[in-house]
Design a protein around this ligand. Structure first.
Ligand code: PBG
Length: 310
């Protein structure tokens, strides 16, 4: 360990995992060094290693091979995240499993909701979108997810999911809302990883305007009142002020997502020899924690665990 202290406990970190159909697959993601798309069998080996490093929390993202305009494969039992949660819970009952709930990986157009039929205009059809999100969340709860994490930025998504879970006796399944999710350039590498880029238009109609902190605080407040156990600010580094305001104002369990683009910048600089990886990651993680995040979702989690174990 160098003289850079990372002031975080491993149980405050969540490690993102991409899962796809198949066997023996560990596919590198070009935009995100050391991050892979795993088939379920190899993902189990990976989680065994993470566990031995002291990582207790993971969040799952699908790389979907079947898509349609209405995201119907999101809530079908062949959903790869659904199958993976079952396997994970059979093998590692004490790993805390978060499941991202969104439609962008399952829609042909790549938007996070179902669209009204308006030739390449991005208008979310709210009612079927909420229904698809709630059905997907219920499927993940049935598989044993500890947390479902709606990230579609559809109005009322937390309430719709909470109600559906409760009606089906999943009161104990918790919700982490992607409450303040900004329309950010920093998601680029993730969309490459999950093959979930919008095929036309952008997400600025449903993700938040980076220039508007008040809307972000309002969204967080709404998520709390709809039943979010954890609220999230995303991305982290360009929005440390929002994390701090949210924590001070609501004093609710607050997560921050240190996203793919933030990770890719660090890795590019390491490769170019601009900085030391461990030291720069310590500076980043400490800043997010100082701002008030109780939980940090980060692709650096695996390396942080290694460094903290040294
Ligand atoms: C799904 C989703 C995205 C991310 C998490 N969930 C992509 C997006 O909104 O386009 C991004 C995570 C990252 O960049 O690391 N909607």
């Amino acid at each position: 360990m160098k003289n850079t202290k990372i002031n975080i406990k491993l149980n405050q970190l969540i490690y993102p995992l991409f899962v796809k159909n198949g066997n023996s697959a560990k596919e590198p993601i070009l935009s995100m060094e050391e991050v892979y798309r795993f088939s379920p069998d190899i993902l189990l080996d990976e989680v065994a290693q993470l566990k031995s490093l002291g990582i207790t929390n993971v969040i799952l993202f699908p790389v979907a091979d079947k898509k349609n305009d209405y995201a119907k494969y999101a809530y079908s039992e062949d959903n790869i995240v659904y199958k993976t949660i079952i396997l994970l819970k059979q093998n590692f009952p004490d790993i805390v499993v978060f499941a991202d709930v969104c439609l962008c990986a399952y829609t042909t157009h790549g938007h996070c909701g179902i669209l009204k039929n308006t030739n390449n205009n991005v208008a979310i059809d709210l009612e079927p979108t909420l229904s698809a999100l709630a059905k997907t969340a219920l499927l993940y709860a049935k598989a044993g997810a500890d947390y479902v994490a709606p990230s579609a930025m559809a109005k009322g998504q937390v309430r719709a999911i909470r109600e559906t879970l409760n009606e089906n006796q999943y009161q104990h399944t918790k919700i982490m809302g992607y409450s303040a999710k900004f329309a950010s350039n920093f998601y680029g590498p993730f969309r490459d990883a999950a093959n979930s880029s919008p095929q036309f238009g952008d997400r600025s109609g449903y993700q938040l305007n980076p220039a508007d902190p008040q809307v972000a605080l309002l969204k967080i407040k709404q998520d709390i009142s709809q039943g979010a156990d954890v609220i999230m600010v995303k991305p982290a580094l360009s929005y440390l002020d929002i994390i701090q305001m949210a924590k001070n104002k609501f004093n609710h369990t607050t997560a921050a997502y240190n996203v793919s683009g933030e990770y890719a910048m660090v890795k590019a600089g390491v490769r170019a020899g601009y900085w030391d990886e461990e030291k720069i990651v310590a500076e980043i993680i400490n800043s997010i924690s100082r701002a008030g995040a109780d939980i940090i979702i980060t692709y650096h989690a695996r390396n942080i665990a290694k460094w903290l174990n040294e």
